[in-house]
Design a protein around this ligand. Structure first.
Ligand code: NAI
Length: 258
């Protein structure tokens, strides 16, 4: 008996990284899972690797979360192929880092659109099913960078924006049986952070070591660390929690939160 038996979970940006780690845990706990990612082939390939159990299914859906028509089609496809939708994890993300004076308008727009507008469009498409059935769970993906990070004014603004988005939807959707929460990961070893190492011209292992030393538990995080928190927030055990952002960062934010 899994915590998500009979549930349909949609995770954006889950062809790899944190999203894929989270999709894997949901599948292990009985859910049917839809991996929504930019490239349908990559999404389907990842879905085929998920350890689904019993009658549960996994599908890959190609969609751009920043495009309304693409998102609406993706959610409708999930509902028709998997028979409904109960959990939405807004995880898709990108970085386009630069100091503000060198940041282009395109890099501002792209990052804000994928994270913030993407979460808005996906949640809006899912909530009409959630409100009809008086049940739904939304987990957004913020970041420790919401607290400020040099070279990430676009990303930091989007990630703090997601915390406001989470609080406001907690208020609006609570009366309809819908919980909206967020996780704020610290440094997680994925292709995203490996790309940051490359941009800084640092060796990946050296970069991870540096980040491990920067938090109280003295290790980097892995997708499973985020998945565990996401599954809790999406579970019925967490039904009295809404509008919250849970930092999952080895304590790295402790010295920065007031
Ligand atoms: P990743 O780069 O490994 O994976 C991101 C996925 O999102 C990719 O599969 C990509 O194709 C997909 N994606 C990008 N734009 C998309 C779009 N417009 N529509 C649909 N899919 C799209 O990244 P990672 O590290 O797994 O990050 C996942 C989430 O966690 C992101 O929101 C990221 O900002 C956040 N995060 C990551 C941290 C880290 O240290 N890795 C720390 C804090 C937050």
């Amino acid at each position: 008996m899994g915590r998500f038996d009979g549930r349909v979970v949609v995770i954006s940006g889950a062809a790899r990284g944190i999203g894929f780690g989270t999709a894997t845990k949901f599948a292990e706990e009985g859910a049917s899972v839809a991996i929504v990612d930019l490239d349908e082939a990559a999404a389907s390939e990842a879905a085929a690797k998920l350890p689904v159990t019993g009658d549960a299914k996994a599908i890959g859906v190609g969609a751009d979360v920043a495009d309304g028509a693409s998102v609406d089609a993706a959610i409708e496809r999930v509902v028709s192929e998997l028979g409904g939708i109960h959990v939405l994890v807004n995880n898709a993300g990108i970085t386009r880092d630069n100091l503000m004076f060198k940041m282009s308008e395109d890099d501002w727009d792209l990052v804000i659109n994928v994270h913030l507008k993407g979460a808005f469009l996906m949640t809006k498409a899912a909530q009409k099913h959630f409100t009809e059935q008086k049940y739904g769970k939304v987990v957004n993906t913020s970041s420790i960078s919401a607290l400020g990070n040099r070279g990430q004014v676009n990303y930091s603004s989007a990630k703090m924006g997601l915390q406001g988005f989470t609080k406001t939807l907690g208020i609006e959707l609570g009366p309809f049986g819908i919980n909206v929460n967020a996780v704020a990961p610290g440094f997680i070893a994925t292709e995203m952070t490996d790309a940051t190492a490359a941009r800084l011209k640092m060796d990946v292992e050296e970069f991870r070591q540096l980040n491990a030393e920067a938090n109280p538990v003295k290790r980097v995080g892995f997708p499973e660390d985020i998945a565990a928190a996401v599954l809790f927030l999406a579970s019925d055990e967490a039904s009295y929690i809404t509008g919250q952002t849970l930092y999952v960062d080895g304590g790295a934010s402790l010295s920065r939160l007031s």
